[in-house]
Design a protein around this ligand. Structure first.
Ligand code: NAG
Ligand code: NAG
Ligand code: NAG
Ligand code: NAG
Ligand code: NAG
Ligand code: NAG
Ligand code: NAG
Length: 818
């Protein structure tokens, strides 16, 4: 047995080293978590190299060696909250590295023992044991630090096998408790002792007295005693000499007041330095001091309290009073005269506290969650040692009263007045803060900007978040030492200047109403190294650009950047982070915008002037306008005319100077003989009363083709150009070749004015019919011309489109008459 144990111990030391080395990688690979899977058996598929195995919150009722034999690396096993009734430690005989074994919250009533030499943490609490399950083998588990046990009785011999072990924590759960033999616990050797007593039974105070004689840290849950205080066995004075406990916590305490006092006085005289009582209910009666057998020699309880003792810190959390008629003043006096450094009375509905009668030792007072009012400690000069004072969640209303409360607290450094009902009441000029105050928490009150008229001059850190401050008035408060200011969750519309706060280093402005923070902030606040301004409803406009630039220049002084800085307005930018919000230089710089607009205007004017002068654009515009006017008028006057568009084969355009040729040669030749051509000549077919241009346009519109007699005369005649223009327009609008050019005399290019570029283009693009000088060629000329005009007018017209499409080019390059 002994050699086996030493092998285990060797293995244990070895794997401990290993454990430490591989710890960071253990996280996922070596953890198998089967928690809360309704398992009734240990799964068969657990990875072999599992080191941490969590089988808690299942329905496993039995364990067998075969389930764990292959898990040779297992170090942590959690089997809590299962249905195991009998436990055989031999099941883990092959898990030599097992250090941590949690079997709490099962129904175990029987164990078969075996040494698990590596075990450091063994939890058998909350089980169904009658007798403490401590077997002889535990005595050889030298690494054991934590031992959790349960039982319904504790006898003197129960701890005999582990008396020699130096334990860290012993955890005892004592449900349905029936028997305690006094002096049993004292056999334990542990730093901390934690006892959970049965919730619905009267507590056996021998456990408390023995526990205090056993360990330094003692915690007991469920200290109730429903019997009368008259039956209560008072502690023996001799006990005081044996007490080892320095930190005592009692949780869920329900006792009569005289019992509380006796226990309290015992503790008060003991070496206990830290006493915490949580969830305390005290019941009647509260009577005179005669009831206290324990201190018959002391004339007054206050005197007891003011004696020098070991006690340093007393904490009472969540105190409820079931005593109906009692003079609370006794209680207050009792607390106020305590000669201890630290007192916490938390969540006790306490409406008042008395000013100590003598110079008090209190350095820390925590009266959070009570019902204290402005009357607290007014004119109280005995709290000169007080450094930290916490009055969070009370019913204070007047800031000036609070300030005068601190007036004589010469050492007060920290005051927490958060979550009260403080408001400024117009008495700010009468504020009398103690000069020692460095840190002041006024958050979650109802303060407005007039709070700046009532602040302690030497304050370093000031918390004003969650109030109703809408501005930081300039010139009222001069806080030269202020380094940290929290103004989050107020109603401020802009960053404050640092006029009054020359030493400011940290400023929190989150969750205010800042749309556009002023960009000159860091100029005024040069010592600020951290500005929190996120979660404001930023309006992403040009002015904000300056703030974004400020962020870049500040070099990381904006904390929470970029996540917390998001556009709220305008709607289309909502949700955009400020870092992604950019406007061009042009959009934001008015001067630049004006200059650019001016330049653009100049360029535009230049272009327009150029077009007018060199390309005669106004002329074209005028023509176009006239043309459209004519078209419109024509449409309105005789819409039916449009049905009979084509009355003529061709319209002739010519210069007056060429009229002799037109009248003697062209017209007679085209109109004579068979298939004579109907011509629209402006002299002949003009409608009186219409303008010349209108007549020409009508003529063109009613003609199938337009014949232009080109000559230098034509080019120089403006009217001719009109005609050409309109015809060309028709050419395009009706998409057929309606244009016939006859070149009567050669036209040198230079004669054509620059602005007649349409004519130039036509001349260049279109092939024209040249009037031959020789008489012999003239027959061909007429033939070609007739062919070009060769169409039937609507009355006999029957879609001979092929001929319609004959172009001039074709008619010349392929002579029609052979
Ligand atoms: C296993 O998962 C449960 C939640 O399902 C968790 O509470 C527990 O801490 C996990 N165990 C381990 C060892 O990570
Ligand atoms: C089981 O014990 C392990 C080891 O302490 C722990 O990490 C885990 O959270 C426990 N599981 C549950 C469900 O409490
Ligand atoms: C606890 O053990 C007793 C016998 O010691 C048994 O009668 C009882 O049923 C057990 N309780 C549970 C919850 O297993
Ligand atoms: C305590 O007693 C009750 C009823 O007497 C029983 O239901 C419960 O299981 C017992 N608990 C333990 C831990 O023995
Ligand atoms: C504790 O219980 C035992 C019997 O179990 C009894 O003799 C003793 O008086 C009790 N002690 C206290 C302080 O209640
Ligand atoms: C005041 O006491 C309560 C209860 O013990 C504690 O939670 C809180 O942190 C204490 N406040 C300060 C500022 O110490
Ligand atoms: C405080 O003392 C002054 C005189 O020193 C007195 O006028 C005032 O009423 C006292 N205030 C309180 C609340 O006792």
């Amino acid at each position: 047995m002994g050699s086996l144990t030493s092998i285990y111990i060797f293995a244990c030391v070895f794997t401990l080293t290993l454990w430490n080395n591989v710890q960071p990688t253990v996280e996922n690979e070596f953890i198998a978590n089967y928690s809360s899977l309704l398992l009734t058996d240990v799964p068969k598929t657990i990875p072999l190299h599992t080191r941490v195995l969590d089988l808690s919150h299942n329905r496993i009722s039995e364990l067998s060696i075969s389930e764990f034999i292959s898990l040779s690396d297992l170090q942590v096993l959690n089997l809590s909250h299962n249905l195991i009734t009998e436990l055989d430690f031999n099941v883990f005989i092959f898990n030599q590295d097992l250090e941590y074994l949690d079997l709490s919250h099962n129904n175990i009533w029987k164990v078969y023992c075996q040494t698990l030499a590596c075990l450091r943490h063994l939890d058998l609490s909350f089980n169904n044991f009658t007798v403490l399950p401590i077997c002889q083998e535990f005595g050889t588990m030298f690494h054991l630090e934590y031992l959790g046990l349960s039982a319904t009785m504790i006898r003197r011999s129960d701890f005999r096998y582990i008396t020699h072990l130096q334990l860290n924590t012993v955890f005892l759960t004592l449900e349905n408790f029936s028997l305690y033999k006094p002096q049993s616990l004292t056999a334990l050797n542990t730093k901390s002792l934690h006892i959970v007593f049965s919730a619905n039974q009267n507590f056996n105070f021998s456990l408390l007295y023995d526990g205090m004689s056993t360990s330094e840290n003692l915690k007991i849950v469920n200290v109730r005693y429903t019997l009368s205080y008259k039956d209560f066995p008072s502690p023996a004075l001799t006990l005081l000499k044996k007490i080892k406990t320095t930190a005592l916590m009692l949780d869920t305490v329900d006792l009569e007041w005289p019992i509380i006092l006796q226990i309290f006085l015992l503790i008060w005289y003991s070496p206990v330095e830290h006493l915490t009582v949580r969830n305390l209910i005290f019941r009647g009666p509260i009577g005179g001091l005669t009831a206290y057998k324990f201190v018959p020699f002391l004339s007054s309880l206050e005197q007891v309290m003011s004696l020098g003792v070991s006690m340093k810190a007393l904490t009472l959390e969540r105190v409820r009073n079931k005593v109906y008629y009692f003079n609370q003043k006794i209680l207050y006096r009792w607390f106020s005269e305590m000669n201890i450094a630290s007192l916490t009375i938390y969540d006790a509905y306490m409406p008042h506290m008395l000013c100590p009668q003598r110079a008090s030792l209190f350095q820390y007072l925590n009266f959070s969650r009570n019902a204290l009012t402005d009357e607290l400690f007014q004119n109280c000069s005995t709290l000169a040692e007080l450094k930290l004072f916490i009055l969070r969640r009370n019913k204070f209303e007047s800031l000036s009263k609070v300030s005068s409360m601190t007036r004589y607290m010469k050492s007060l450094r920290y005051l927490d007045m958060s979550s009260n009902l403080l408001h400024t009441d117009g008495a700010e000029e009468h504020c009398q803060w103690t000069e020692s105050l460095k840190e002041l928490d006024l958050s979650s009150n109802q303060l407005t900007e007039s709070v700046f008229g009532c602040l302690p001059v030497n304050v370093n850190k000031l918390d004003l978040h969650n109030n109703q401050i809408s501005s930081v008035p300039q010139g009222i408060a001069e806080l030269k030492s202020l380094k940290e200011l929290n103004l989050a969750s107020n109603r401020l519309a802009d960053l404050p200047g640092c006029g009054g706060f020359s030493a400011l280093e940290i400023l929190n402005m989150e969750m205010n109403s800042i749309l556009t923070p002023s960009a000159d902030f860091f100029e005024s606040c040069q010592r600020v190294r951290e500005l929190e301004a996120g979660h404001n409803p930023f309006k992403c406009s040009c002015e904000l650009q300056a703030f974004v630039r400020l962020e870049r220049q500040s070099g990381g002084k904006l904390s929470g950047w970029p996540e917390a800085y998001v556009c709220e307005y305008p709607e289309d930018l909502k949700g955009t982070q400020l870092k992604d919000f950019h406007l061009t230089e042009l959009a934001c710089n008015t001067t630049l915008l004006l200059v650019t607009a001016l330049l653009l205007t100049l360029v535009l004017v230049g272009v327009v002037a150029f077009l007018c002068i060199y390309l005669d654009v106004p002329w074209y515009v005028r023509m176009l306008w006239q043309w459209t006017q004519t078209k419109r008028r024509a449409w309105h006057e005789c819409p039916e005319e449009r049905e009979t568009v084509l009355q003529f084969h061709a319209f002739i355009s010519y210069s007056e100077r060429d009229s002799v040729w037109v009248k003697t040669e062209l017209i007679p030749n085209l109109e004579k003989g068979e298939g004579s051509v109907q011509l629209c000549q402006h002299e002949r077919n003009f409608v009186p009363g219409k303008s010349i241009v209108e007549n020409i346009i009508n003529c063109i519109d009613k003609s199938y083709k337009s014949i232009f007699v080109l000559s230098p005369n034509f080019v120089q005649s403006e009217w001719c150009h009109y005609e050409l223009y309109f015809a060309h327009h028709k050419l395009f609008s009706e998409n057929c070749n309606s244009l016939i050019l006859i070149l009567l005399e050669p036209i040198p290019q230079y004669i054509i004015p620059a602005r007649y570029h349409k004519l130039k283009a036509l001349m260049a693009k279109r092939t024209y019919l040249e009037w031959p000088k020789e008489r012999s060629k003239r027959a061909l000329f007429w033939a070609n011309l007739r062919a070009a005009i060769n169409v039937n007018l609507p009355m006999s017209f029957e879609g001979n489109e092929e001929e319609n499409d004959v172009t001039f080019t074709d008619s010349i390059t392929q002579p029609l008459i052979k």
